[in-house]
Write a protein that binds this ligand. Structure first.
Ligand code: C2E
Ligand code: CA
Ligand code: CA
Length: 402
């Protein structure tokens, strides 16, 4: 969609801005976009009155932060107290850090923030934010479920209710499929498909994690073999909990499986989050060293979020760096996040590591990522995770959209 043809005929917006000039400029941009209706409030208090008078009238609220009397942050509170379901765009002249903090604050209060823009707001940025109003990025599957028990998980493992889905990673320049990340799911009788954040901690504390990991490893390597038979040469990345990496037999186990499925070891990567690493330094180093000597890939996951990451980067034999999605999402409009991403890419390059950017959610993220020179990109803009037999069809569609 180009700027000229952009239209949002179903959208009603409330513009909250105390400066008359900014209000006029934004109203004009919104007018050009063809919204159904645009109302304006000259301050937070007026906005609160309008929202209370017609709670369902606005699909979207675009608000300044610094305003006399009731400011933007107080307005968040008001919206939260009313369980407001409208989308929210912040548009402010405050500095990047304060803008980001405000966005996080609004999100933490359960508000649906679709953009945090720096004033003066450009038409393009506003349009990208508006495009997100209609299409909220829902999580794939629930990642929080109450009362999951160890016994249930044990039964699920026994009854083969553990599934593995795969999320593609592509070369950002050419779009070609490079590898997939294996993501575990639990097909729960009550809750349906449940995400790993809901049960990996349980698996770790109950000692079921190694069996779970075994299932994921075996399933995904077998799947890689099947893809290969269909002519798709694709690498597989598997998430490992740190304690599993102290099992001295692990390298031999993976090498044996790779051999039996006819996979080159270099097509297999283990992803480990940096924050969880190295409980047991000696056996950990033993395993990591032997994995790398056998050419199995080692990826430092969620890079940038853990402790002493630079030290680990220096001392451990990782050959891939995976920049955490919290830095990628919205990096295009966030100077500080962008700086972290760019510095991580450079650091990785100097250390001759492969660099993966995860969390490429929107077209804007994708365009930003393509300027960076990373080796692989992963995220909902490219594809959500899917069962193994859906990959071929996705690949055909993906090439068509490129
Ligand atoms: P992770 O390693 O950071 O994996 C990526 C997660 O981000 C996945 O969530 C994926 O669905 C989600 N994701 C992908 N693209 C996007 C995007 O564009 N935007 C956003 N907001 N999210 C995106 P999932 O499947 O719920 O996995 C959560 C975490 O669970 C993983 O985080 C990983 O640390 C862990 N995990 C997954 N499978 C396994 C496993 O087999 N073993 C272990 N130990 N941990 C696993
Ligand atoms: Ca991962
Ligand atoms: Ca990650």
């Amino acid at each position: 969609m180009t700027l000229e043809q952009s239209e949002f005929p179903k959208l009603s917006a409330l513009l909250v801005e105390d400066e008359a000039y900014s209000r006029m400029v934004m109203a004009r941009i919104l007018g050009k976009f063809g919204l159904k209706a645009v109302a304006a409030a000259a301050n937070g208090r007026e906005a609160m009155r309008m929202i209370d008078a017609a709670p369902d009238a606005f699909d979207l609220i675009i608000t300044d932060l610094q305003m006399p009397d009731v400011d933007g942050i107080e307005l968040f509170r008001h919206l939260r107290d009313r369980n407001a379901n409208t989308a929210l765009i912040l548009a402010s002249g405050v500095d990047e850090k304060l803008l980001r903090m405000s966005r996080n604050l609004a999100k933490a209060q359960g508000l649906r923030v679709v953009g945090a823009l720096k004033k003066p707001v450009s038409s393009k940025d506003l349009m990208i934010a508006l495009q997100n109003v209609d299409r909220p990025l829902e999580p794939e599957i629930p990642s929080f479920v109450n009362d999951l028990s160890e016994a249930e998980l044990q039964e699920a493992i026994r009854n083969e209710k553990i599934q593995v889905h795969y999320q593609p990673k592509v070369n950002p320049q050419t779009g070609s499929l490079m590898s997939v990340e294996a993501l575990v799911r639990w097909d729960h009788p009550l809750h349906g498909l449940v995400g790993p954040d809901a049960f990996i901690p349980l698996a770790e504390t109950s000692g079921l994690i190694d069996r779970l990991t075994d299932i994921v490893v075996d399933r995904s390597l077998k799947q890689a073999m099947l893809w290969r038979k269909n002519g798709i040469d694709v690498g597989v990345a598997i998430n490992f909990s740190a304690p599993s990496l102290t099992e001295l037999a692990l390298p031999d186990k993976i090498m044996a499986l790779a051999r039996s499925y006819g996979l080159p070891p270099a097509s297999i990567t283990l992803e480990v989050t940096e924050s969880s690493m190295m409980h047991d330094a000696v056996s950990g180093l033993d395993v990591l060293g032997r994995l790398r000597m056998n050419e199995i890939g080692l990826s430092i996951d969620d890079f940038g979020t853990g402790y002493s990451s630079l030290q680990k980067l220096r001392d451990l034999p990782f050959n891939e760096l995976k920049i955490d999605r919290s830095f990628i999402i919205g990096a295009r409009e966030d100077r500080d996040a962008r700086a972290i991403v760019e510095a991580s890419v450079q650091l990785g390059k100097i250390m001759e590591m492969r660099i993966v950017a995860e969390g490429v959610e929107t077209k804007a993220d994708w365009e930003f990522i393509r300027t960076l020179g990373c080796d692989e990109a992963q995220g909902w803009f490219i594809a959500r995770s899917m069962p193994g037999d859906a990959l071929l069809e996705w690949l055909r569609d993906w090439h068509k959209t490129l």
